[in-house]
Structures are given as C-alpha cells and as structure tokens.
Design a protein. Structure first.
Length: 583
C-alpha cells in the first residue's frame, strides 16, 4: 500500500476547518476575523491564543505555541503526527483505505515499566481465575447483576482467589520481591500477602490504556469487609489523573459529541448495558485539574450524572462549577428517587435510562433546583438570599433569550416579581474578566529588531503572500544573514516549486523544527500593507545585500589582522576597498 504523500496530507488538512476542530476542545470567541481561546499550553488567565480561519493556523501571543490542525491535535492530545492525520481524515471524511501508516512507538519510562508489567500480569491472572471453579460464586453474583460474558470480557473483569498467588507469579516472571511490594499488589511480609483476596476484580487503566490499579468488590453476603477496595496510590496510579473507562471512549465521544461523567465504574457498566458507551467515572474523587485537561482532549460538551442522593447532588454542584470555570458546556442528569444508574436500570429498564440521558437539564436549571431545595420557602430571608445568588448565576448567561427564560423560572420559585429581578440585575455589575486582544503587530516587532532583521522578516512575509516576490528574492539575493530566516526562505522557494499559492498551514507540514515553525507563524501574523509595486521588495533586497557587505567586510578585516603574509594582506585589503566602494 502507498504511503501518504504531501499532497494527500494537505488534502486531509483542507478537509476540515481548524475553527471547528479546536472548537471541539476549547471555547472560542470571535474577535474580528479571528477567534480567541485560552491557550491550553501555558497557564493562561486571559484568552491569548488566536485561531485564524483564513490561514487555518493558530498561535498564542504569550507562549508563541502555534501550528495547524495537526499540530494542535498532536500537542493537545499527546498523540503522534500520523494519529493526528488519521483523526483529521476521519473528521473530514477522507478515505485512507489504500494508505499504510507507520506509527511512532510511544515513549516507555523504563523505571515505571516493571510496575505496568506486574499489573498487566495480575490482570491476566485475575481473568484466568474467574474461569475456574474457585470463582463459581463470583460468577453467580455477576450473572445476578446481569453482567454477560461479553461485558465481562470488555471490561476485563476478573477474580482474586483467597490464596496468595501474585508474589510467586511475579518472581517467576523475573521481578524482585521489592518490586512486588512497591507495585502495591503484594503486602510486604514474610509470606507476601496478596492485597486482594476473594474479590471480583475491576482493572483501572490510565489514559493510554495500561493497567495501573484495581478495584476489588466483595460479592458474598457474609463478607464483612468494605464493599470496594481500591489500589493505593503508587508511582503509576494517581487517582487525580485517572478516569475509569477513559481509554476506551474516544471514538464513542466523537460519534456522540459529548462525554458523560459518572460516579463509579458500576455506573459506567450499567450505561454500557443500555448501549451508552461515551462514559467515564471519577470513582468517588473530586474533579481535578488533570481530569479537566483529560476531558478537554475529548470534548467540550459534558453531561454530569452522579448519584441521585444528597451527597451526589452536593458533589455535582462542585463539579458543575469546576467545569464551567474551565469553559465546558455542562448539562445534568438527576436520577429520580436517589438511585444510581444501575439501580434505575434494574427498576425502570433500558429505554427509560436512555430517555433520561437523552434529556439532561441545563446547569442553570440544576442550580435553581438544588439551591431551592435547601431553603425554607416560608422564610423571607432565605428566599431573598436565594434570589440574589441565582441572579448572579443568570447574569453569567450571554444569551438574552436564555436569561429571560430563567428569570421566569426564578420568579416562580422565589416569589419575587420579574421587575424586582430585572431591577436587581441592573443594580449589580457582573465582574467578568476582560478579554484583551494582544496581536503581535508590525510596529511591536519592528521595535525589537534592527533594520536588517526587519527587512528580512518583511520580505519573508511578502514572499508568503505572492510567488513572484519569492522568485524575485531568489533571482536577486538568494541569501539572508539570519540562519532561521534563510531556512524559511529556502522552504518557501521549495514550496513554490510545487504550488502556485502558499498556504502557511501546509508549509509548516514540511518542517520538523519547532523554532522555524514559530518564526513562520510570527512572521505570518504581521500586519503589513498590501504592496502596489515591487519597489519595497527591491528596497528590502538592497538592505539585505548591505548587511551581507558589512558582514563580509568584518570578516575580511578579521582575516587581515590574523594574516602576516604581505601578498595575502594586499589581496584582502584590495577586496575590502572594493567592497566599500560598492556601498
């Protein structure tokens, strides 16, 4: 099968709009011809990343990170270039059936590799024991919970027997006793006890799909231990960086356009039984900044469903605020009668569970209801405080139609009139962080560089705009003093040998060096006037040639100071005189 050509890669890039792709991961706000977003590649308090639909590139004006749609997916999702190309091809419906890919092997941390391997070995052992007579009762329990063989296989469910099995297996595989203890799977002792005994085992994976821990569940009525036992945090298992089922759902999220966040792994399995697969679980922890980064790699659209009891609702409020602060579009599913998804599935059936998740309520609706349930409606101060806090929530909405709807809802719940609500809103000033627009302008750049660098950069800008300027540079100069600029000019000339019109987004596909890419993006972001004649190009070339003469004279003068041969000195001196005469 053929390998992808540059032409095919360019076709794939052109099959999508970078605004749509980045908009799947980051909230975008239109500013003039471009869009602004908070840059995910540095700690960005204000939107400083500009996305250009015209040039199909993005660039952060603070950290200078930028590129095209492939670059964004590579860096944001931490994937290889070819994985990014395949993702874009799928988004743009470009058929790649006749092409072959050579995937880059992921980096392996050799220090951590033994712990990953021991967890994978434990997972194989647990899956094996679930098929033995020792697990008859465990299988009976799984059957009662309507977990079919397909579900058991899909989620890699296993069984930890009562006898200690792991230490011997690990040592047989070449791992030391100390490594076994450090894995967290074996408790340090003379015998080497297995952490898990007589439990149904659910493996926990990291974002790359490697097993990093387990959750073991009791299944017998006479078992007195805690219902669930999770692996302790270790070198490879950090709860704040782990979302159950995350590694399986990229395609499902792409198909559905959203991620459903649940409480625990049994909730994920319950929805899977109902045919809903775009789910992850936070497993009883709060949403962390790392969780939010992981979710951003999948979608900006979140459906949140934690347990329906009061504790679950309290947790949902915290999650809603964390998600909204990061710009996610969040909606809520509240399961009636304080049930969890598995209980609701058992009680109401698959169709009602699906209907529940097809019709989530908005985050504002959830807040209106949540805080209303916590007040005494007969108490004036309670209702007044409720009114004031909900007004602030409604004022966060940008859509006036949405505002009007929720003002109506607040009127019904609070007992205060619409006039009062509008008056209260008019009195309050909503504190929103300003969104400064900080483009790198021509004047700003020109103050930071001398006239020779300015001439080279301006010329490169115009060379990107029109092939004739690039050909004029090649014919009259063909050289720039700055090494990076010289390489960029060479790339531009090579590009024009194949194409008539230069697309910056395609040009940077040819370049592996990120410093060169950053310089190209910086130059392409300059705001220079359109040329009406070639005079400016000739002037730039003259300035560049002047710089080259100056540098040549400096070089000759240095050679002269280091030469003691009179004939050689005379020759160098003559060349210096001729060079100065030409100025």
């Amino acid at each position: 099968m053929p390998r992808l050509s540059n032409e095919k890669i360019n076709e794939i890039r052109q099959s999508v709009d970078i605004v749509d792709v980045i908009g799947n991961y980051l909230p975008l706000e239109r500013r003039g011809r471009n869009y602004l977003a908070r840059c995910p590649f540095h700690n960005d308090d204000h939107p400083s990343m500009s996305v250009s639909p015209e040039k199909q590139i993005y660039r952060c004006f603070v950290c200078s990170h930028g590129g095209n749609v492939f670059t964004f997916l590579q860096d944001y999702l931490k994937i290889s270039f070819m994985e990014a190309v395949k993702m874009v091809a799928q988004m743009g419906n470009v058929d790649l059936g006749d092409f072959t890919f050579y995937e880059e092997k992921p980096h392996v941390n050799q220090e951590l590799e033994p712990y990953y391997l021991m967890h994978e070995e434990a997972n194989r052992i647990y899956k094996h024991y679930l098929t033995t007579k020792l697990a008859l009762e465990a299988n009976s329990y799984l059957s009662q919970r309507h977990l079919s063989k397909d579900i058991i296989d899909y989620f890699e469910i296993g069984y930890a027997p009562e006898q200690n099995i792991l230490l011997k297996a690990f040592e047989k595989s070449g791992f030391s006793r100390m490594q076994a203890y450090e894995s967290g799977l074996v408790i340090e002792s003379e015998v080497g006890y297995d952490r898990y005994s007589n439990r149904i085992m659910f493996p926990l994976h990291n974002s790359e799909g490697r097993v990093v821990g387990f959750s073991g569940r009791i299944y017998q009525k006479n078992q007195k231990e805690s219902k669930y036992m999770n692996s302790p945090e270790s070198k490879i298992f950090i709860k704040g960086e782990t979302l159950y089922n995350y590694h399986r759902i990229k395609n499902d999220v792409r198909n559905e356009g959203k991620v459903i966040i649940l409480e625990g792994f049994m909730d994920v399995i319950a929805l899977y039984k109902a045919g809903i697969k775009n789910t992850v679980a936070i497993m009883g922890t709060a949403l962390t900044s790392q969780h939010l980064k992981m979710l951003k790699r999948l979608s900006n659209d979140i459906v949140l469903c934690l347990d329906g009891d009061q504790a679950g609702k309290n947790a949902m409020i915290k999650c809603v605020d964390a998600l909204n602060n990061e710009g996610f579009h969040t909606s809520i599913v509240v399961i009636p009668d304080a049930m969890d998804p598995d209980e609701f599935l058992e009680a109401k059936g698959k169709d009602e569970l699906i209907a529940l998740f097809k019709n989530p309520i908005s985050a504002v609706d959830f807040k209106l209801n949540y805080y209303y349930e916590r007040i005494n409606v007969d108490n004036y101060e309670d209702r007044k405080n409720y009114l004031e806090s909900m007004v602030k929530v409604i004022m966060q909405l940008d859509d006036i139609v949405d505002q009007d709807y929720y003002i109506g809802q607040l009127e019904k719940k609070s007992g205060f009139s619409k006039e009062t609500i509008h008056h209260l809103m008019s009195q309050q000033t909503l504190v929103k962080k300003p969104i400064p627009f900080r483009p790198v302008t021509y004047d700003h750049v020109s103050r930071l560089i001398d006239k020779y660098q300015k001439a080279e950069r301006d010329l490169l800008y115009y060379m990107m705009q029109d092939k004739k300027y690039a050909m004029e540079y090649e014919a009259k100069a063909g050289y720039m003093y700055d090494k990076v600029n010289r390489l960029i000019a060479s790339y531009i000339i090579d590009y024009y040998r194949q194409y008539v019109i230069l697309e910056v987004a395609d040009l940077i596909n040819m370049i592996d060096d990120q410093d060169i890419v950053k310089r190209i993006l910086e130059i392409s972001s300059l705001h220079l006037p359109q040329l009406e004649s070639n005079q400016a190009i000739d002037d730039y070339i003259k300035i560049i040639q002047e710089k080259l003469k100056i540098e040549r004279i400096k070089q000759l003068e240095q050679e002269l100071s280091q030469t003691y041969d009179p004939r050689q000195q005379a020759k160098i001196l003559q060349e210096i005189i001729e060079s100065k005469d030409k100025e």
